[in-house]
Design a protein around this ligand. Structure first.
Ligand code: GTP
Ligand code: MG
Length: 193
């Protein structure tokens, strides 16, 4: 898709703030600092529309980015960041469940993992949580630029195995640094938008 227009519509913390125009939505999910916001920026060719940071915990709300008046990317706060209070973690849980369980316009979820590392227990839990709600999940294994070419296949295999990924689900190796995987990402997303 050629992106001509991308804008933040709302940073929401609860259901009543979600946009009401019923456009299809593609949400992101993944560990804090894994590269969710960077993925959005790379796909839409914008440096920092979705705010990124080298420190985890940058994205704190559900951020709805309207793309070409056709669909939304929904950027979400990451999980697994140790320096978060119990209260904040509970708040995060409520916000995420409310969104993933009830959102009718949610067409697919991009679960972002770090291709350098074996998926964490939180990643595994999130994958199964999303599957449990019958959501379409695409695994995006990002930071591909950090893994030498001759090691990539084994890292992909390790990710699939740890997640016990369904055959029908796609795993997309990706890099926000180099743009590898970007065309394939748009191709996969075009089925849903
Ligand atoms: P939270 O909002 O805290 O949950 O983080 P996030 O998942 O949105 O991560 P973000 O996009 O802010 O990126 C975190 C850091 O990883 C930044 O310093 C990015 O520059 C870096 N990063 C993201 N994607 C890549 C990638 O593909 N390759 C490399 N080398 N660095 C990346
Ligand atoms: Mg973010």
């Amino acid at each position: 898709m050629k992106v001509n227009n991308a804008e933040i519509v709302i940073s929401a913390v609860s259901q009543k703030q979600y946009p009401g125009d019923r456009l299809p939505e593609i949400a992101l999910a993944g560990r804090s600092n894994v590269g969710k916001s960077s993925f959005i920026n790379k796909l839409i060719n914008r440096k920092n529309l979705a705010r990124t940071s080298s420190k985890p915990g940058k994205t704190q709300t559900l951020n709805f980015y309207k793309i070409n008046d056709v669909f939304y990317f929904v950027d979400v706060p990451g999980y697994g960041y140790a320096k978060v209070s119990k209260k904040e973690r509970e708040k995060w849980g409520v916000m995420m469940e409310e969104y993933f369980e009830t959102r009718e316009t949610l067409k697919a979820v991009l679960l972002i993992t770090d291709i350098r590392h074996e998926p964490t227990n939180d990643d595994i839990q999130m994958y199964h949580f999303l599957k449990h709600y019958d959501l379409r999940v695409i695994i995006v294994a990002t930071k591909l630029d950090k893994v030498p070419k001759n090691k990539r296949a084994s890292h992909v295999k390790r990710t699939k195995k740890a997640l016990e990924m369904d055959e029908e689900d796609h795993l997309l190796p990706f890099s926000s640094e180099t743009g590898e995987g970007k065309e394939e990402a748009w191709r996969l997303l075009s089925q849903y938008i």
